[in-house]
Ligand binder design. Structure first.
Ligand SMILES: [Zn+2]
Length: 412
């Protein structure tokens, strides 16, 4: 099977290249340094024997593993992103390899007293006896999503070296800028040409996701009237009090800190206020499309009511949809989830199917015509110094990719 050392070596060669993305940049990729890894990946795909390897002017990489069967099989794709989060530095990543993890505290950095402890990060208990890759406590690791890239490259290499495993045409896609929400923006779905795909961008072993939030952003502007406070009787309108009425009219329990699972929410992200004008920024999230639309209606109604009450347009509310639940696009082709689930079961991995309380590139891609559930890549504690990945999970993810390819050909 796939050797541990081989996976570790490949993974380390990726995470030691800094590819942090930048939300304040307008270019694609958002940072020049993402090219360093992008070019290396394109070369590596050629070296392992992939066909039609292309890298476009925005650093999107695509490649093909041709079918090795005579009958017609749907073309499937595997997608991962090579940028890392702007939340934490990725300069000088120094991965630490912990063999036969003993289930105790891991000192990441003795000098700075940074400890990765199972008392706090309970998931560590799952990996006793396994090989973990951690940071040295001063950077993130970048398993999100270089673990995904490593698994896809390793699976393609394995299939090339093992032609006895029968599969259809497989497409591979690596993207920049996922962490700043733009990974799918310039993804050429037509050129990719797959019937469906999977992002290898989940966390814990077994994760399989095809539901995410419907999402909207809201800007509420409240107009007041400023007058000298000594002579304001009957004249001043304090926009901050009206904003407060708006806030208090929304259900206090339907907020992120009081909801979980399939419960949606209104989230007040910011308030900027003076007497003359107050601006509120909200996000609306709900898995259910009907409930999502109803939440937007609630805000519109409330705006109308307050305007009527003050007898003029004191409030304007601007609502913009951001992304939608991919479930709508995946459910009509549910066999793509079933194949992934079966692949895991055949490999003795317990599938953990749950709804994402957020969005993924796959949700955008699904609405662009490429249904795209998300599969575990194995890492934990993304976007920070406590990030780690068990090598065994990366090997399992690699096997899942090979198994999905095999099952898709068998079922066709
Ligand atoms: Zn990711």
């Amino acid at each position: 099977m796939i050797s541990k050392d081989h996976i570790i070596k490949r993974f380390v060669s990726y995470v030691t290249v800094d590819t942090q993305s930048d939300p304040n940049s307008k270019s694609t990729p958002s940072t020049k340094k993402q090219w360093d890894l992008a070019n290396k990946l394109a070369d590596e795909l050629k070296t392992i024997g992939m066909q039609d390897v292309s890298i476009d002017e925005n650093a999107y990489i695509m490649a093909t593993l041709p079918s090795n069967v005579d009958h017609k099989v749907p073309t499937i794709g595997f997608i991962a992103h090579f940028d890392t989060s702007p939340d934490f530095t990725a300069t000088n990543v120094k991965p630490q390899i912990i063999e036969y993890y003993d289930g105790k505290d891991i000192v990441l950095n003795a000098e700075q007293d940074i400890v990765l402890s199972p008392d706090y990060f309970e998931d560590l208990h799952l990996y006793k006896g396994q090989t973990l890759i951690t940071t040295d406590g001063t950077t993130l690791l970048g398993a999100d999503d270089k673990a995904g890239i490593c698994e896809i490259v390793s699976a393609m290499e394995y299939l090339i070296l093992h032609p006895e495993i029968k599969h259809g045409t497989i497409r591979v896609g690596f993207t920049p800028d996922e962490e700043i929400g733009r990974g799918a923006h310039k993804f050429d779905v037509k050129k990719f040409g797959a019937d469906w795909a999977y992002t290898m961008d989940g966390s814990q072993i077994g994760e399989l996701e095809y539901e995410n939030f419907n999402a909207a952003g809201v800007v509420v502007k409240v107009k007041g009237k400023i007058v000298h406070p000594g002579y304001a009787k009957g004249k001043m309108i304090n926009s901050m009090y009206i904003a407060q009425e708006f806030i208090n009219s929304l259900p206090r329990m339907e907020t992120p800190e009081h909801t979980e699972g399939y419960e949606g929410f209104f989230h007040l992200c910011s308030i900027k206020g003076e007497v003359d004008e107050t601006q509120l920024e909200y996000i609306i999230r709900d898995h259910d499309r009907g409930h999502f639309e109803a939440r937007k209606e609630v805000m519109k109604k409330l705006t109308e009511e307050l305007n009527a009450q003050y007898d003029r347009e004191v409030i304007t509310t601007e609502i913009k949809d951001q992304y939608y639940n991919m479930k709508e696009k995946v459910e009509p082709v549910m066999h793509i989830v079933d194949i992934a689930e079966e692949a895991m079961k055949q490999l003795h991995i317990k599938p953990l199917i749950k709804a994402i309380r957020g969005g993924t590139d796959g949700s955008q891609l699904s609405y662009m015509g490429l249904p795209c559930p998300n599969i575990f890549a194995g890492g934990h504690n993304f976007h920070g110094r406590y990030e780690y990945v068990p090598v065994e999970s990366m090997i399992k993810a690699t096997e899942v990719i090979c198994k999905i390819a095999e099952l898709t050909a068998k079922k066709a």
